[in-house]
Structures are given as structure tokens and as C-alpha cells.
Design a protein around this ligand. Structure first.
Ligand code: SF4
Length: 403
């Protein structure tokens, strides 16, 4: 085992139930509810490839966690649950000095309805936006806008690495914070291969407290940036020390790009607690300035989506033309297989890409990369099955258990 570790729930990784101080921003445990069934550990081993990949003696009794929250999804007794932050957001809304901005990730609008009895996959964007206004948001923005900025940056970076024959190929996506931490912990030699581009929430958070604040003449320290995501790991991502570009631009100590993450489940709980009749909402639209995004941005929520968006954009940058029909319907990286591959030709360049779901599948691929059994130009990795639509903050689906 190499790399940095995080103090977390030892019980996930050992047969002992030992109370430890919890400092995990994403996941919490109630030991009284734990029946020691081991489902959390099995998921962490079989899907996430973290449990059983390190030795507690070597890590000074500190267990590793990449904050994906899939252990909480597997737990049948709710002993492991996600950390909730929406009560803190409620308090911020009570403060008249503060300007609360909600941003919503692409996958939330297709899952929130399930908590209100809608069919799985129902598209409830308009009702979601109106709910956020009723809860007290001063602005409601779409993270699809940030996803578009991420993909422009990431595609340019990829082209640059390919044209300059960079030794840091393949380029890995970096928008999944659990995957980034996985590489940092288990494959540090591949850190230079991670895209240097921030995730959509990372870019949009900084843009709100710099560009938007300046444009609207708002003191950035009064802005409370809240993003609703399908992901528990984003609670960890926004606390990473480097996520403070807005502080550097504004010269305000302690200013963070994003202040709170709440999940789809938390938002549903909050709406219910406020007795908002979701069904009867007529719907509202995102605010203009950061409320529009492209189809490329919206598919970030699916496995293969970032890859598909990147190759479309790379095509446009390299040829100056709109993506071909095949690229706009890029079937090879769609679907739920663990690893999907494609080879495409853009101009004279032959580009080999792969889209991977679950870090367990990524572990297999990383070993093949290390032994030079395979090679690619660009690899997308999403920690959760199906990508962010399967994030731990989404409504709980009946799930086939890992055996
Ligand atoms: Fe979060 Fe998506 Fe990564 Fe899952 S796949 S940990 S939901 S960013």
C-alpha cells in the first residue's frame, strides 16, 4: 500500500467493531445499528476495490475511504448513512446578509421525482428548480454550464497531449473525486495522467464567486454556493485544500469555491419537511446566466458521458466542423459494461478511448496499463456503477447484492 490514508470507519475493513473518531465528510456510522452482515465490506472490496487493498498495520490503524458512499447503499439497516448538510444550508438562508445560490447536477433532475412517487427516470427539472426557489434560493443555476467548461478544457488538454506526444498518455478524466483519490492512493505513478481540469462543480463554484460576483456587483464573501449532486464524494471534493480559486482571485482568506453539497436524497427530505407539494408545482426555469448547457454537458451523469462529450469537442477543435452523426450518437461508449472501448479517427489522428465504471474494473485496467498489455489515449473512470446516476446520494433502488 502506498499513498496517503484517511481516518475512517475501521469496522468497514476489519471484523472488529471499534469506535473511532469520525472525520469523514461523506459517510457516518451508527454502531448500534450495525448487524455485522459484511455487505458494506463486500461492496467496498468487489465493486470499489478499496477494502482488502491495504494493511491496517502499515497505515497506523487508519482505514482508507474514497467517499463514494456505496457502503451506505449496501447497508440494509441504515447503520452507514451519508452525512447531511441541508440543515446548515437552511441556517444560511435565514441570514439576510447571505445570497444563497443553488446549482444542480445533471443526474438530480432524473432521480428526484422517484422520491415523490414518479416513475424511475422521470424528468422533473422544472419542479426541481421551483422547489429550490421555494426553499429560499436567490439564484438557481445548472451545473451543465460548468460541465461544458470542463469538457472544453479537458478536450483541449487531450489534444495538446496527443499532438505533443506527451508521456502522460493516456489522459484520465478527473471529474470523479473518488477516482482521483483512488489514483492518488493506489497508483500515484499515474497522477500526471489525470486531467488537470477541475470538475464541473469545481469550475462553476469558482466562476460564481469571481466572474458572476463581479458582474452582479456582489461581495463574494456573502455568496453561499450550494450544489445538489447524486454524489456523496463531492462533500469531500469541495473540502480539498486546492478548491479555493475564488479566494486567490478575490484576496479573501478562507473563501471556498463551494460551501455545501447536498444530495438528491437530502433535497427530497428537505422539500418534504417544508411541506412543499411537489406534485402541484408548475415549474420554474434556471436563472439565465449559468442556467444553460449543451447536450454534451448533460450526459456527464452517465457512464461514458464525459468520454462522449470529450470526443465530440475534440473533433470540433481539430476539424473546425460540427461532430459527425456517429459522434453525436457514439454508441461504443454507452451501456453498462464495465469497460467499453472505441477507436476513432479524427483528421489524420487515430484515437483509442475507454470508458470504465467502478474502480474495481479500473483496478484491472490499471494493472494492464502498468504491464503495457493495453494502451489508450483517453480513459474515463467513474467510481459508481452506471456513473453518477448510480451515486450514493440518489434515491435507493432495489439492488442486486454483491455475492
Ligand atoms: Fe460521485 Fe459520480 Fe464518482 Fe460516483 S461516479 S463517486 S456519483 S462523481
Amino acid at each position: 500500500m502506498r499513498g496517503k490514508v484517511t481516518k475512517f470507519m475501521k469496522h468497514l475493513f476489519t471484523e472488529k467493531v471499534v469506535p473511532v473518531e469520525l472525520d469523514n465528510p461523506a459517510i457516518q456510522i451508527d454502531y448500534d445499528k450495525c448487524i455485522k452482515c459484511g455487505l458494506c465490506k463486500r461492496t467496498c472490496d468487489n465493486e470499489i476495490a478499496v477494502a482488502n487493498r491495504f494493511n491496517l498495520e502499515e497505515t497506523n490503524d487508519l482505514a482508507i475511504c474514497i467517499h463514494c458512499g456505496q457502503c451506505a447503499v449496501a447497508c440494509p439497516t441504515q447503520a452507514i448513512t451519508q452525512v447531511e448538510d441541508y440543515q446548515k444550508v437552511k441556517e444560511e438562508i435565514q441570514n439576510p446578509e447571505k445570497i444563497v445560490i443553488f446549482n444542480t447536477a445533471p443526474a438530480v433532475r432524473v432521480a428526484l421525482g422517484e422520491e415523490f412517487g414518479y416513475e424511475v427516470g422521470s424528468y422533473v427539472e422544472d419542479k426541481m428548480v421551483e422547489s429550490l426557489r421555494k426553499l429560499g434560493g436567490d439564484y438557481v443555476f445548472d451545473i451543465t454550464f460548468g460541465a461544458d467548461m470542463t469538457i472544453m478544457e479537458e478536450a483541449n488538454e487531450l489534444i495538446d497531449r496527443i499532438l505533443n506526444k506527451s508521456e502522460n498518455l493516456p489522459q484520465f478524466t478527473s471529474c470523479c473525486p473518488s477516482w482521483v483519490k483512488y489514483v492518488e492512493t493506489f497508483y500515484p505513478e499515474f497522477i500526471p495522467n489525470l486531467s488537470t481540469t477541475k470538475s464541473p462543480i469545481g469550475i462553476q463554484g469558482a466562476a460564481i464567486k469571481t466572474y458572476f460576483a463581479k458582474k452582479e456587483n456582489i461581495d463574494p464573501s456573502k455568496i453561499v454556493n450550494v450544489t445538489i449532486t447524486p454524489c456523496t464524494s463531492k462533500k469531500y471534493e469541495i473540502k480539498r485544500p486546492e478548491m479555493n480559486d475564488s479566494s486567490r482571485f478575490n484576496n479573501i482568506d478562507g473563501l471556498r469555491d463551494n460551501d455545501y453539497i447536498i444530495t438528491t436524497k437530502e433535497l427530497a427530505k428537505w422539500i418534504k419537511e417544508e411541506n412543499i407539494d411537489f406534485d402541484s408545482l408548475n415549474g420554474s426555469q434556471f436563472d439565465n446566466i449559468m442556467g444553460l448547457g449543451s447536450g454534451a454537458g448533460i450526459i456527464f451523469g452517465n457512464t461514458g458521458g464525459v468520454m462522449e462529450a470529450a470526443v465530440r469537442t475534440a473533433y470540433n477543435i481539430l476539424t473546425g466542423e460540427r461532430p459527425t452523426k456517429e459522434l453525436l450518437d457514439f454508441k461504443p461508449v454507452r451501456g453498462l459494461e464495465g469497460v467499453k472501448e472505441a477507436v476513432l479517427q479524427i483528421d489524420e489522428k487515430v484515437i483509442k478511448v475507454a470508458a470504465v465504471q467502478t474502480t474495481k474494473n479500473a483496478e484491472v485496467l490499471m494493472e494492464k496499463l502498468k504491464s503495457k498489455e493495453v494502451n489508450y489515449h483517453f480513459i474515463e473512470v467513474m467510481t459508481c456503477k452506471g456513473g453518477c446516476i448510480g451515486g450514493a446520494g440518489q434515491p435507493k433502488q432495489p439492488k442486486k447484492r454483491v455475492t
